[in-house]
Write a protein that binds this ligand. Structure first.
Ligand SMILES: Cc1cc2nc3c(=O)[nH]c(=O)nc-3n(C[C@H](O)[C@H](O)[C@H](O)COP(=O)(O)OP(=O)(O)OC[C@H]3O[C@@H](n4cnc5c(N)ncnc54)[C@H](O)[C@@H]3O)c2cc1C
Length: 448
């Protein structure tokens, strides 16, 4: 352990917390990870079905996820990642239109010929346009200008509403620009990656790496308060009481952290926008005995669908990862956690959503459905507003003491495992700059 070794608590064990803990342990610090649930992996977490594990929320990687892939390399997982072609399609009036090439767009009947050309122009321009000023303009303004009002209303608006509901109108164009360029800016073409054995294998590899580095993992330990005590030392409160650390790194979703931030901390961390809210999601997962389409993603933006997309992850995964003859389909809907669907029964959601699925795939028979699961996540990503770059919290919350590596800061990078690793790297750099002259508690007491 080096001379400047610190006693650091990392709160939350999603990919942000796991990455921070690994890197800080590699720097020689004593790291304690404190996780509220009984599983590692946060939104990338898993459940068991028929002897295999599956993600509760569909997850995959892109070839452009450089920092995440570098982390996978460090974890010794590169050989376990495999890549498959992926495609996108759009459901309209019972038909499914593939939308992956310029030719697909030219054949896209839901838009008039002129609208197709303008959407095509938007795509081409979006790839070369500078991002300057886009944080100060809404996506609706930007896309409306590039694609025209009618193409925006028919094509882009339903996709934005699918993600942000009625708050879509505030989302900055910078969010769309980065998202668009992440999905389309791939050298290897449209391929997506999955890890053999599922995302559970990634968290298992973290556990091995932690064991080798002496990282302490405290599971099922929700943090109820993060604060500064009367000596101005950072403290974490759980059902074990208050504990003092040299430093704390918070990786929680912002609305959750906002509730736990204590009075002294709030007084010390000036200029922080504690009101940033999050959108949530419901995923309904079907194990089917046959495929629905050859597409990874079919957007179902028409209002009669209770969900916004049909994501057939089995188009990306090997049978050895899902079971022979088993096909895996997620139906997804983003919404605020105050929406009634967060509290109504799974049976009710399952009934409505299956009816929606059968509207699109009328020949789907009940005996072709092996099983159904429903998962809800109340905190997925911030509800962005114009000028979010200046609203998002800084990496250093209280100099030398409390740091942030959260989804809220990932913007304008796309919220994803890769985005979280990029943010963790930014936070580590900020900590390195910040701690140079900050003594540990032990060093401070020796000096006294
Ligand atoms: C439907 C869906 C699909 C997605 N698809 C992809 C994809 O294909 N590829 C991709 O890369 N990304 C995808 N993502 C995004 C990705 O999952 C997230 O961006 C990423 O997991 C965020 O990681 P995090 O560690 O910052 O936060 P989280 O994963 O939210 O982790 C936060 C952790 O903090 C814990 N916690 C919360 N409160 C407390 C408390 N009080 N005390 C202690 N612990 C607490 C939680 O239990 C959790 O473990 C998807 C997300 C969703 C919802």
């Amino acid at each position: 352990m080096n001379q400047k070794s610190r006693d650091i608590a990392v709160i939350g064990a999603g990919i942000s917390g796991l990455t921070m803990a690994l890197r800080l342990a590699d720097q020689g610090h004593r790291v304690t990870v404190i996780e509220g649930s009984d599983q590692l992996g946060g939104l990338g977490t898993f459940f068991e079905h028929d002897g295999r594990t599956f993600e509760k929320f569909y997850h995959c990687m892109l070839p452009s996820d450089g920092p995440l892939l570098a982390l996978m390399e460090d974890l010794g997982l590169t050989d376990q990642i495999y890549w498959k072609p992926s495609s996108f399609a759009y459901a309209n009036q019972g038909e499914i239109f593939p939308l992956n090439t310029p030719m697909d767009l030219l054949r896209f009947k839901p838009l008039s010929f002129l609208e197709r050309l303008r959407v095509g122009f938007t795509g081409a321009y979006g790839r070369v346009a500078s991002d300057e000023g886009l944080d100060q303009m809404t996506t609706a303004e930007w896309l409306g200008r590039l694609s025209g009002k009618s193409a925006f209303a028919k094509f882009w608006q339903p996709m934005l509403e699918a993600k942000f509901g009625d708050r879509y109108a505030d989302v900055p164009a910078l969010w769309f620009w980065t998202r668009f360029n992440r999905e389309k800016g791939e050298r290897k073409g449209e391929v997506k990656g999955y890890v053999r054995g599922g995302y559970k294998c990634i968290t298992e590899q973290f556990v091995r790496a932690f064991a080798a580095r002496g990282v302490i993992l405290r599971m099922s330990t929700p943090v109820s308060r993060v604060d500064l005590n009367y000596d101005e030392n950072p403290i974490v409160e759980t059902d074990r009481g208050e504990e003092v650390f040299d430093q704390i790194v918070v990786t929680l979703p912002w609305p959750g952290f906002s509730k736990t931030a204590g009075e002294n901390l709030r007084a010390e961390a000036k200029g922080i926008d504690w009101s940033i809210d999050f959108v949530g999601v419901i995923n309904c997962l079907y194990f089917l005995k046959r495929p629905l389409t050859p597409h990874y993603w079919v957007a179902t933006s028409e209002p009669e669908f209770p969900f916004d997309g049909v994501i057939e992850t089995s188009t990306l995964t090997d049978e050895s990862d899902r079971g022979e003859g088993r096909h895996v389909v997620y139906l997804t809907k983003y919404m605020h956690r105050s929406d009634a669907r967060f509290t109504i029964s799974d049976e009710e959601i399952g009934r409505d959503w299956l009816a929606g699925l059968k509207r699109q795939f009328p020949d789907l028979q009940d005996d072709e459905i092996e099983a159904r699961y429903i998962f809800r996540a109340p905190f997925v990503e911030p509800i962005y507003t114009k000028g979010f770059l200046s609203r998002k919290p800084p990496e250093v919350l209280v100099a030398g003491k409390i740091y942030l590596a959260t989804t809220t800061q990932v913007y304008p990078t796309v919220t994803s495992w890769n985005g979280s690793v990029i943010q963790a790297n930014r936070t580590l750099a900020a900590m390195a700059d910040d701690v140079v002259n900050t003594p540990t508690r032990e060093m401070a007491s020796t000096a006294i």
